[in-house]
Design a protein around this ligand. Sequence first.
Ligand SMILES: Nc1ncnc2c1ncn2[C@@H]1O[C@H](COP(=O)(O)OP(=O)(O)OP(=O)(O)O)[C@@H](O)[C@H]1O
Length: 281
Amino acid sequence: MIFRREKAAARARPSRNALELSHVTYRFGDYTAVNDLSLVIEAGECFGLLGPNGAGKTTTIRLLNTLLPLQDGDVGIFGYDVRTQAMSVRRLLGYVPQQLSIEGALTARENVSWFARLYDVPRSERRGRVNEVLEMVDLADVADRVASSFSGGMVRRLELAQALVNRPSLLVLDEPTVGLDPVARDSVWTRVTEMQKQYGMTVLLTTHYMEEAEALCDRIALMHRGELRAVGSPAGLVAALGPDATLDDVFRHYTGDSLTADEKGGLRDVRSARRTARRLG
Ligand SMILES: Nc1ncnc2c1ncn2[C@@H]1O[C@H](COP(=O)(O)OP(=O)(O)OP(=O)(O)O)[C@@H](O)[C@H]1O
């Protein structure tokens, strides 16, 4: 029933663009975290938001997924106004936050079922949908194990399953692979790519990893101090800088900072990994 309603809403979507940000500014007190940001993401794109710590990426994401109230500017998700049509917006979104969003004491299946109930997936469809997404992220075999026994990569894949259970049109991933080892990171990338192909979803992700942006994203936007500095395809941005440039050079050029996994992963990842371990207990 709800899915039918979702499909009807999808048909009635007022815009083909997945996301339209227009002159968005957000201040925490006197501090401007996002400054006059305008951006369009087309339906079906995988789009990466890059920038150093504090650039305003998470704030931007929280504005578009209705977790923060808009102060200035407009945001449309498939043409729905975030300010006045928040429920329609939420129905179209899947969100994997930076912070842990699973409960360690529950099994993988219970974690996803809980999200299915939160998202109002009809009771008759719930079991099938939960199995489907667990399969998709390769956790079907361990569906009845408690999440506290999972590795970091498995936890991230479980969070993906939670975000997918309402079949979102726009999947938003805030640093999906931070703190994961290269093998686990690779397996998350593979799942994201497969899901995007299979369902034609639009994906918006923030990342600190240049190779992640290059491997996954059709286009990227570079943010610095709340402002948009450049938008384009990874190859296009690199080519514009010169024949020997790398994506890291692009980052340095637009943000005056360099960004490698090792430099930026450090303390943040350790903190995040420790937080995860504590919560999973
Ligand atoms: N609740 C808050 N109160 C005050 N300042 C905040 C708050 N949340 C974020 N900020 C500030 O806003 C700026 C942008 O933060 P944001 O989390 O959006 O950056 P980011 O690009 O996502 O960085 P990171 O990669 O570290 O997550 C930072 O300087 C941050 O300290």
